[in-house]
Write a protein that binds this ligand. Structure first.
Ligand code: ATP
Ligand code: MG
Length: 340
């Protein structure tokens, strides 16, 4: 008999539609791995509530947008489990139990959380206990289906390290092995820059090209895209490194000879931003065209899309309940069990 497949758990917060950063940082790997692994793709709505508790409508819309984007890029609900976090409430139970075991210092030291909290503070947003605690909820998400591998963008690395540390701590404390120590797998571009040149394309930073953007918006966003700030005229020698236009060419223009030629001419001041951007917009639109087409096909069948989430969440609950039985037993929360 063949070995059972190893498992993947990964997810996205339903705080908006998906963008090019999600694609190169995460989704592309998910599509590739869905045949090799038993995959659990989580729409983390509990986690989204942490900083969007005042915008439930946005979460509701985004749950469906994310699902459409997943289907559009080629994730297949016949191969992988698409699940909604709140429809598998064992996520909340495991989060609560693990938060008893996790030292507060781990949360305070998490660099990704620090950056995100700073941003909320700068925007004068209320920082909720739930948001502060979200790295622990992510640990629980990963451990609930006993994932071996977590394909995510670079910003998630501290959360996966925390998960590995928690597995060791849990096993040591309760003297029973329940979870694998999961590995991280970062995508081809671990952190795609925003169109405004900020380090990360992010829904919260409003600097995204969305997978669902139409041709005109993509062209317009590329036209506004940040380039080399030191270059004033097309005849000035320009910088290619760190120039978002070329980062995107490298990531999405499959014609590498064309990209190398553009870079060489840019460095010599022999091609202008307008031309570099015109070609980039065309390549991005060619990349997005089949994604848009598949998205439109699924968007015409929203009831089927809802059914996919319902069925996936059901499968998620079965796996989750099996793990929870082991966790409750490891922690000896079994007071009424009769001696056999
Ligand atoms: P938010 O701003 O609401 O946090 P986000 O754009 O960061 O949204 P998430 O749902 O937090 O999106 O992230 C989902 C996955 O996509 C994670 O694995 C994350 O690492 C990855 N990801 C998000 N943005 C990028 C990016 N710009 N480059 C590479 N990977 C990314
Ligand atoms: Mg994020």
């Amino acid at each position: 008999m063949s070995e059972p497949k190893q498992r993947i758990l990964t997810g996205i917060r339903p705080t908006g539609a998906l963008h090019l950063g999600h694609y190169v940082g995460a989704l592309e790997n998910w599509v590739r791995l869905q045949d090799q692994y038993e995959c659990y793709f989580l729409i983390a709505d509990y986690q989204a509530l942490g900083d969007h508790f005042d915008d439930i409508e946005r979460i509701r819309k985004s749950v469906l947008d994310v699902t459409l984007d997943w289907l559009a890029v080629g994730l297949d609900p016949n191969k992988a489990v698409f699940e909604v976090q709140s429809a598998v409430p064992q996520h909340a139970e495991l989060h609560m139990l693990l938060s008893m075991v996790m030292p507060l210092g781990w949360i305070d030291r998490n660099p990704t959380l620090k950056t995100e909290m700073q941003k909320l503070e700068d925007e004068n947003k209320t920082l909720s206990l739930g948001f502060y605690n979200y790295p622990a909820s992510q640990v629980a998400d990963i451990l609930l289906p006993k994932a071996h591998l977590v394909p995510v963008g670079e910003d998630q690395r501290p959360h996966i390290e925390m998960t590995r540390d928690l597995v060791k701590r849990f096993h040591h404390m309760f003297q029973v092995e329940v979870f694998p120590e999961p590995d991280i797998l970062v995508g081809r571009v671990g952190r795609l820059v925003g169109i405004d040149g900020q380090a990360k394309m992010s829904k919260s930073l409003d600097n995204c090209i969305y997978l669902s953007d139409d041709e005109k918006s993509v062209t317009e966003k590329v036209r506004r895209m940040y380039t080399d700030p030191t270059r004033l005229r097309a005849t000035d020698p320009g910088h290619v490194e760190g120039n978002p236009c070329f980062v995107y060419h490298d990531a999405f223009n499959p014609d590498t000879a064309e990209v190398e030629d553009l870079k060489a001419r840019y460095r010599e001041g022999k091609v202008g931003d307008v031309e570099v951007k015109r070609i980039l917009a065309a390549k991005l639109n060619a990349f997005l065209d089949p994604i848009r087409e598949r998205r439109a096909q699924y968007a015409a069948r929203m009831d089927d899309v809802r059914d996919i989430l319902e069925a996936g969440s059901g499968r998620g609950r079965t796996i989750a309940e099996a793990t929870m039985a082991e966790v409750r037993s490891a922690m000896r929360l079994t007071y009424t069990e009769k001696a056999g």
